[in-house]
Design a binder for this molecule. Structure first.
Ligand SMILES: C[S@@+](CC[C@H](N)C(=O)[O-])C[C@H]1O[C@@H](n2cnc3c(N)ncnc32)[C@H](O)[C@@H]1O
Length: 330
């Protein structure tokens, strides 16, 4: 008798409690995008709640997250929360001034519970990694290597070069396999490989010598993960502190990747605004490429960061279907 084929379920259940945890390897591109988007929304909501609580006179010690987790209201909400089976039915939170401390804590608990039930940052990273497979267009650093191999960079590549990859999911991407860099430091908030250092770039100790700085920094699909416009600005400023001085034609560059809607469909942001910010930080755009879903830039740094830079959040484009992505510097 012919063996009956067992059809594998798309969602491989990992344990009883977390019934909706899915295995990103078995996901279709649209489903990986849903996971990635949902994580971004949850991160952003979480950040807004914590900022609101910080501004309130709460007795909770917000620097100690365990203190929040000990809160009885938090615990009840966390344990009772069940995630929606379909993404279309996901909770939509409106974090506004009308919410009091208890309501904010309840939403925070639901968000944390959803993140945990969805498998935490690991699932988000696997979904991002899955989107990077060659079958789905390859990893973004392919573009960087293509650009670095052009005649513009020929002389600069003759020296021993090092690179810092912020938000690294794989130590086997094109940055690593190109052999352009003699050494590469790879960091991520949640390391998935022994070759990736688990570190928050915003907490990485500042370099004290030129040797501790980098010829190239890759910041691919990381800025959009940073939950607030102020913090994104801080990240860009911080990047300048880690770049080698561009003296004597040395390579000192930033590879930046953002989802295309950040510059094409934001109420507060576009490519002109990005270039204004980058120019004030000493970056000159050398290459830009807009793919279907993401935009890539290669900036060269001239080492001159303007003083008293100020970029506020201002509406640039109206329309109800726009997103709120923005980068500010104060
Ligand atoms: C969407 S993934 C992008 C990964 C990869 N660079 C790419 O282009 O596909 C974003 C990654 O950035 C990491 N990340 C976000 N903020 C970070 C920070 N402050 N320091 C280090 N890693 C960070 C996250 O942990 C996540 O793994």
């Amino acid at each position: 008798m012919a063996k009956k084929k067992v059809k594998k379920s798309l969602s491989s259940i990992t344990n009883d409690k977390n019934r909706n945890i899915i295995n990103p390897k078995s996901l279709k591109p649209q489903q990986t995008r849903q996971i990635i988007r949902r994580f971004h929304v949850l991160q952003k909501n979480k950040h807004s709640i914590i900022t609101k609580l910080q501004k309130s006179n709460t007795s909770i010690d917000l620097d100690n997250y365990d203190d929040i987790k000990q809160n009885k209201i938090y615990q009840v909400e966390f344990n009772n929360f069940k995630i929606a089976k379909k993404h279309a039915n996901n909770e939509i939170y409106k974090i506004d001034v009308t919410l009091n401390e208890i309501e904010l804590i309840k939403i925070l608990a639901k968000i944390d519970s959803e993140i945990e039930q969805r498998g935490g940052i690991k699932i988000y990273q696997s979904a991002s990694n899955q989107g990077q497979t060659n079958k789905r267009g390859g990893d973004s650093s392919k573009k960087l290597i293509e650009w670095l191999k052009t005649s513009k960079y020929e002389t600069k590549l003759k020296e021993d070069l090092n690179a810092l990859e912020i938000g690294c999911l794989s130590p086997y991407n094109n940055i690593s396999t190109s052999k352009i860099f003699k050494s590469i430091i790879r960091i991520d908030l949640n390391s998935q490989d022994p070759l990736i250092l688990q570190q928050n770039f915003m907490e990485r100790p500042l370099p004290t010598t030129e040797n501790e700085k980098f010829n190239l920094i890759s910041c691919s699909l990381v800025l959009n993960f940073v939950p607030s416009h102020e913090k994104r600005g801080e990240m860009l400023i911080r990047i300048t502190k880690f770049l080698k001085s561009p003296n004597k034609g040395k390579l000192s560059s930033l590879f930046l990747v953002l989802p295309l809607p950040c510059i094409k469909n934001s109420r507060y942001f576009d490519n002109d605004k990005l270039l204004e910010i980058m120019n004030s930080l000493g970056f000159k755009q050398n290459y830009i490429y807009e793919a279907k879903k993401v935009a890539y830039w290669l900036f060269d740094w001239n080492g001159k960061v303007s003083k008293n830079i100020k970029f506020n959040k201002k509406e640039l484009h109206s329309g109800s279907t726009r997103n709120n992505f923005c980068i500010t510097i104060n």
